[in-house]
Design a protein around this ligand. Structure first.
Ligand code: BGC
Length: 255
């Protein structure tokens, strides 16, 4: 199996892309820590699915916007599996507000959950990797909007632009220790973050029309790339972004 025995933490692992990553990595033999803030029942369901397939998973309730909770989360991996190999900074939110409409509370929330969490998560994971002495991997689930403006979703774009520079700079700083940092930039994915688009047929039609492949990604299509990046087959990739967007960034902008 591609991820045999790797200890892997996924933030926001109970839904959307995070859930797909948890299931795909566990199926490849990784030992999972599923971070969540709410809905423990979703985590319990995931754990029983994984365990009945012969895998290993535990849940940890940690609000990734708080550094103290990030400590708890990393500690959970070390206490349970004896080490940490991969941290996936996946948890994310968006407010769908423009510059003029974004409140201080909106901005602080988006930056704390999307960017601050990835920053300090990367820092804490790197400390653990250095203590273990055999390298490690941080994967940040970013977005095409780390590089591509989305008018009406500005705080999200700012957070993802920051994640892009986090990955590039941390990747350079940590490279000499064989600690890799890679961003994954999905386009539109069929997850709860896009529920409002999915429930609006006109919006969905124009989104699909803007995507050269003509449809949103399935969460599992993002998870498959995560598995590849976390495997020994991607050992030379760091400080960069892998885009998985069905070609949307090359297409028209009518979102
Ligand atoms: C955003 C979605 C958006 C998609 C494509 C994602 O990062 O979360 O709201 O539909 O990018 O633009």
């Amino acid at each position: 199996m591609l991820l045999d025995g790797k200890s892997m933490v996924v933030t926001g692992g109970n839904s959307g892309i995070g859930e797909a990553i948890v299931l795909a990595a566990a199926a490849e033999g990784a030992n999972m820590v599923i971070d969540y803030v709410a809905h423990p029942e979703e985590v319990a369901t995931l754990i029983s699915r994984i365990e009945s397939a012969g895998g290993h998973a535990v849940g940890v309730q940690a609000d990734v916007s708080k550094v103290a909770d990030l400590h708890t989360m990393i500690d959970k991996a070390v206490q349970t599996y004896g080490r940490l190999d991969v941290l996936v900074n996946n948890a994310g939110v968006e407010t769908r507000t423009s510059l003029m409409d974004t409140t201080e509370a909106d901005f602080d929330k988006v930056i704390a959950i999307n960017l601050k969490s990835a920053f300090f998560g990367t820092q804490l994971a790197a400390k653990q990797f250095l203590a273990q002495g055999s390298g490690g991997l941080v994967l940040n689930i970013s977005s095409v909007h780390e590089d591509w403006p989305m008018p009406g979703n500005i705080a999200y774009c700012v957070s993802k632009g920051g994640t892009r520079m986090l990955t590039r700079t941390a990747g350079v700083e940590l490279g000499p220790h064989n600690i890799r940092v890679v961003n994954i930039a999905p386009g539109a994915v069929n997850t709860p973050i896009n529920t409002s688009t999915e429930n609006d047929p006109a919006k969905l039609k124009s989104l699909d029309a803007a995507i050269p492949l003509g449809r949103m990604a399935l969460p599992g299509e993002i998870a498959d790339v995560v598995v590849f990046l976390a495997s020994g087959k991607a050992g030379y990739m760091t400080a960069t972004t892998v885009v998985i967007d069905g070609g949307i960034m090359q297409g028209s902008v009518g979102l």
